[in-house]
Design a protein around this ligand. Structure first.
Ligand SMILES: [Zn+2]
Length: 487
């Protein structure tokens, strides 16, 4: 191991990204028709510039580069990036702890920071913090605007957003993207479902709506109960946009038939800082009934899909872990970050739209770790373990995530107490306290009930305590909803 210092040898001393960014945001439609060679040339130039940027600005990255004897001038082709080590969530959290609140990976002075974003929920080990500059925020909005346009959203179209604004990057990116594409944005997250449908959807008749698959099922059932035929009640609706959960093809087909609208899907995460991938005009389901794809925004990010064991790139058509390197980011850029998201790589030429960007399969994005996404919040079973087993009276528990008869995602946790636990009212008190703590820590309400002594299986691995029945729930809900209506 040796160290190098190539700050002096860097040819590019002007690290302002704004000119390039401005080009990117206005050129998206043209970029979509570029060929793969042009894309890779742009990626190479941006990567070189971004690596020089982080090397000069961030002690965190400089040290990482030096540890493997790499300096940005060494980058001769895109594949040279693989000389740098992969970056994991625990490393980011350790960096933040050493230099709070943003860590030494921060590349800008504090007066450049316009917004903070945080990874959602709690992993039991902490949330990552990202500093967003004006350019980072603007760029995120442009990526969303580009995708909205690709889905068919045009100026003046009423765009209904059901995601609540918070500290993760998705909802604010969607709002800004809607504004940038020129849509008439209706952010109605705070209202209950009935008010959304009766007051807002019927009154304003949206052209496009953004929701999660489970919430869409919930709205579908609610319409059924209220005697509303979505196709007739919302005649302008032609675009449904979803994210965050995997779903069966049959579910998507059913929803499209009931609502008379095409489903589009996006993929994004707070680490990326915006929208990372989205469907093209074709949507999530092909005309032949197979899964469509989400083109990755390879203009803003370099994506690798790697075998998580060998860390070698997977063959097209195979599954692997998505690893990202920001090509345009000022505040808290990432270099070779392991997302832990499991995706199936679809090569760019497999999609008939002709875009030069590689893609990932629609409807199948999952996790390598045991994180569970519940009502758009990230929940880690180990964090739930820590809360429940903090009570010495608890012997074992078992959790189930399902979609209820109203289409709403629910969590039921059965708790078995030790024989030495107190009387019934003391046990009930523990269930109530633990439920309140879980709601506070994970941001999700869970229903805790007592299980009779000896009724629960004993588990060694924490993930085995959890069963996810949501896909079953979606199918059941849709079977009911579609069963009474002719399509
Ligand atoms: Zn395409």
């Amino acid at each position: 191991m040796y160290s190098v210092d190539c700050r002096q040898s860097s040819k590019n001393t002007d690290f302002r990204l704004d000119p390039a960014y401005s080009m990117l945001s206005t050129l998206y439609p043209k970029l979509d028709t570029a060929n793969r060679a042009v894309l890779e040339q742009v990626q190479f130039e941006r990567l070189r510039s971004q690596l020089e940027y982080v090397y000069a600005r961030s002690p965190f990255y400089r040290q990482r580069f030096q540890q493997v004897g790499f300096c940005p001038d060494d980058l001769r082709e895109l594949a040279d990036l693989r000389r740098l080590p992969l970056l994991s969530k625990p490393e980011l959290l350790a960096d933040q702890q050493n230099a709070p609140p943003y860590g030494e990976r921060l590349c800008v002075p504090s007066d450049k920071i316009r917004m903070l974003i945080l990874t959602s929920g709690t992993s039991g080990i902490g949330q990552e913090a990202y500093a967003m500059t004006r350019m980072d925020i603007e760029y995120g909005g442009s990526a969303w605007a580009n995708w909205f346009y690709r889905c068919g959203v045009r100026k003046g179209d009423r765009l209904l957003l059901t995601w609540p604004l918070g500290t993760n990057s998705g909802p604010q990116g969607a709002f800004l993207g809607g504004y940038k594409v020129g849509a008439n944005v209706l952010p109605i997250a705070p209202y209950d479902s009935e008010t959304k449908i009766r007051t807002y959807m019927q009154r304003f008749d949206p052209v496009a709506i953004l929701a999660t698959p489970a919430y869409l099922s919930h709205l579908t059932i609610l319409c059924e109960e209220q005697g509303l035929d979505p196709k007739a009640s919302f005649p302008s609706l032609r675009i449904i946009m979803i994210a965050t959960e995997a779903y069966p093809v049959s579910w998507a087909q059913k929803i499209q038939a009931i609502w008379g609208a095409r489903i589009h899907e996006l993929y994004g995460n707070t680490q990326h800082g915006g929208l990372a991938a989205g469907t093209c005009e074709a949507g999530t389901i092909t005309e032949q009934g197979s899964r469509g794809c989400l083109h990755m925004d390879e203009w803003s990010c370099l994506y690798e899909v790697l075998d998580p064991e060998t860390q070698e790139p997977v063959e097209p058509g195979s599954e692997g872990e998505l690893v990202l390197t920001n090509l345009f980011r000022e505040g808290s850029p990432l270099v070779r970050f392991r997302t832990k998201d499991r995706v199936r790589l679809v090569p760019y030429h497999a999609c008939s739209c002709g875009r030069p960007t590689n893609a990932i399969e629609a409807g199948t994005i999952a996790r390598y770790d045991d994180m569970i996404k519940i009502r758009t919040q990230n929940v880690w079973p180990e964090a739930v373990d820590a809360t429940i087993f903090a009570y010495p009276e608890v012997e074992e528990y078992q959790a189930r995530v399902y979609v209820d008869e109203y289409g709403k995602e629910q969590v039921e946790i059965k708790v078995e107490f030790r024989a030495s636990a107190g009387e019934a009212d003391a046990r009930q008190r523990i269930l109530e306290l633990a439920a309140a703590e879980l709601r506070r820590n994970a941001g999700v309400s869970m229903c805790l009930v007592e299980a009779s002594a000896g009724s629960l299986e004993r588990f060694v691995f924490k993930t085995r305590r959890w069963t996810d029945e949501r896909n079953k729930g979606l199918e059941r809900v849709l079977h009911t909803a579609g069963g009474t209506r002719k399509e």
